[in-house]
Design a protein around this ligand. Sequence first.
Ligand SMILES: [Zn+2]
Length: 119
Amino acid sequence: MLNQEALTLSIGSDLVLGCTDTEHSKAALTEVVKRYLVTGLNVNLSLEPSKEGLKGKIVHSTYIHPDQECMYCMGQINGQRMSFELMSDAQKEKRANEERASTANSSGAYGLENLSFLR
Ligand SMILES: [Zn+2]
């Protein structure tokens, strides 16, 4: 939790609402739920671009309870994306180039499309 005031307000609350889309923010919300035994709800939005503009918007919501699976166990937090978030722009560009080269050299079940959303 980066903000001490938000953490203080979260402790003892009926519900902690997370509305961000980074892996680190989801991990922070999970930590608050598990450590301080509060209920959490993470809500984020996915946008589907098209050539004409915006094709659609999908709202994702994840209920997190201290006695149930956390966001890691539910597969809602991706460690690879988490490490990508910590990279500098130069490191991200280098990684993207490596992914492009890797994808070009194979039929690639894992390719650049997995990283492109992070740009
Ligand atoms: Zn878990």
